[in-house]
Write a protein that binds this ligand. Structure first.
Ligand SMILES: [Ca+2]
Ligand SMILES: [Ca+2]
Length: 186
């Protein structure tokens, strides 16, 4: 789980890495390296995680993209989100999901007008990237925390042909033994 809690002081950046994952800002120009903001203990009222820290998108409409460092597929289970200043602002954030097979999907979530984090569950597998962009006026900044990811889920949970064959042989042996027993009993 990416919890951002290693950062306890205010600072800005354009790239964050934790647990073998990276989150990068897409913005071009002067603001690129200041898009990701850690409010830290000095701005605790902005920080939606009272026990640690979050990652805030500090520029309106900027897209953040999550990938594995060095590439690879992963599962995206859930993410906690709040508005950028931990206020009562609500609004929409659009998620884009990029699957390893080249397909994409999109989902818009609505941040509520309650202070603090709320959890959005996705449970999507075989992803190569996830990006999100705050859309509406009051939520053009957003903060994220507790991103639950899984890299251990098999890329393809369908049984291997070899194990299917073994199961098939097992069934044939069982049927044959029943047939022989039936003959012996008669
Ligand atoms: Ca945190
Ligand atoms: Ca909220």
């Amino acid at each position: 789980m990416i919890d951002f809690n290693a950062d306890k002081t205010y600072h800005a950046s354009g790239l964050y890495q934790e647990d073998g994952f990276r989150i990068a800002a897409n913005e071009d120009g002067a603001n690129k390296n200041q898009t990701l903001v850690f409010w830290g203990d000095n701005s605790a009222h902005y920080n939606a995680d009272s026990k640690g820290n979050t990652l805030t998108n500090n520029y309106a409409g900027a897209t953040l993209t999550l990938t594995k460092s060095g590439g690879g597929t992963f599962s995206f289970d859930s993410i906690d989100m709040g508005d950028g200043a931990n206020s009562t602002s609500s609004g929409n954030v659009i998620f884009n999901f990029f699957f390893a097979n080249g397909l994409t999907s999109q989902k818009t979530v609505t941040l509520d007008n309650i202070v603090g984090l709320q959890t959005f569950v996705f449970n999507l597998t075989n992803l190569s990237a996830v990006s999100w962009t705050p859309l509406t006026t009051t939520a053009k900044r957003s903060q994220v925390d507790n991103i639950v990811l899984d890299t251990t889920v098999p890329a393809n949970p369908v049984p291997e042909p070899a194990s299917l064959t073994l199961a098939g042989i097992g069934l044939m042996v069982l049927a044959a033994s029943r047939f022989l027993k039936a003959r012996a009993d008669s």
